[in-house]
Design a protein around this ligand. Structure first.
Ligand code: 13P
Ligand code: SF4
Length: 311
């Protein structure tokens, strides 16, 4: 495997040779973000995957995101640097689990966070992402109960924002649950001129302290456009790479986690991807995301319902 600048050059050559596009999430290692054609949050990446006319999508993110790209654009080859780049939310909610929920609450609509696998999507009525969840929940018929899966923290946040009680699946993001309300409160006391910004996957106690809550792209826009010069950032540390680029004059402090030996929260799954693995997956076109057409069509329906409502 080439190294250093040669590796970057080799990836760019493969991109041209294979007519590939590199999509990357804001939590990816900085060197992957730097080489990407398109950087975005889950919704933006899903849209980019749907709209691309490249022959191959090299998806630098976690498995459920690459799977969503395949669902939306089945004729393209979708490769992912590391097949084991999972997600605690996706791993904790199966299609079978949702089917059981539906049996218990036959009248309910199932709104599912995009952080789930294709089988789970296929059992859902509509998908949401952190950037459109509030709009979508508000748009659902008021006379039906809503089952919200799998993130209970995002679910509780949405209940507060929309005033709708939902039946919540008991899942969570291990990365955002690692933030310590006590340690963050101390950081805020030590930095009274800073604003706390948080991703809605964080626990309620952290969200209650936050000056602003939003998806990764919303957090980036907020830091870039707000007058404040200092931010305590409660989301995965990879976002700081793009945040520093967009607001180089601002001070960014990673929010502290329970574990006192760590000074930020990292998504172990997102960080499985490396430039070397990106090179290999583009060269050998493996690992590739594949799925049965019947499942893809079932999983596409609730994603299309989401895209229609979040135009
Ligand atoms: P965004 O859609 O806000 O980018 O969130 C994705 C995610 O996995 C957050 O942990
Ligand atoms: Fe999943 Fe959390 Fe990692 Fe996002 S940060 S991919 S929700 S484990």
């Amino acid at each position: 495997i080439p190294q250093g600048e040669e590796l970057v050059k080799a990836i760019l050559e493969l991109k041209k040779e294979k007519n590939a596009v590199i999509l990357a999430h804001y939590y990816q290692p900085g060197e992957i973000q730097d080489i990407a054609d398109y950087l975005g949050d889950s919704l933006q990446l899903a849209r980019a995957a749907k709209d691309t006319d490249a022959d191959m999508i090299a998806f630098c993110g976690v498995h459920f995101m690459a799977e969503a790209a395949k669902i939306l654009n089945p004729t393209k080859k979708v490769v992912l640097p590391d097949l084991l780049a999972g997600c605690s939310l996706a791993d904790g909610c199966s299609g079978e689990g949702l089917r059981e929920m539906r049996e218990k609450h036959p009248n309910a609509l199932i709104a599912t966070y995009i952080n789930c696998n294709a089988e789970t999507k296929a059992e859902s009525d509509i998908i949401v992402t952190s950037s459109n969840a509030e709009t979508i929940i508000n748009a659902l018929p008021k006379d039906k109960p809503i089952i919200f899966a799998p993130d209970k923290n995002l679910g509780k946040y949405l209940e507060k924002k929309t005033g709708r009680n939902m039946i919540l699946w008991n899942g969570s993001c291990i990365v955002h649950e690692a933030f310590s309300m006590e340690r963050i409160a101390k950081q805020m006391a030590e930095n009274p001129d800073a604003k706390l910004i948080a991703h809605p996957e964080s626990e309620t106690a952290v969200l209650d302290l936050a000056h602003f809550i939003g998806s990764t792209s919303a957090l980036l826009n907020y830091v870039e456009n707000d007058d404040c010069q200092k931010f305590i950032v409660a989301t995965e540390e990879g976002i700081l790479h793009e945040m520093k680029k967009r607001a180089p004059e601002k001070e960014l402090i990673p929010a502290l986690v329970y574990d006192e030996s760590c000074n930020c929260s990292e998504c172990f799954f997102m960080k499985r991807n490396t430039l070397e693995k990106l090179y290999l997956c583009m060269k050998y076109e493996l690992p590739e995301i594949t799925m049965e057409e019947e499942l893809r069509v079932k999983a596409l329906k609730p994603i299309e319902a989401m895209l229609e409502l979040s135009k």
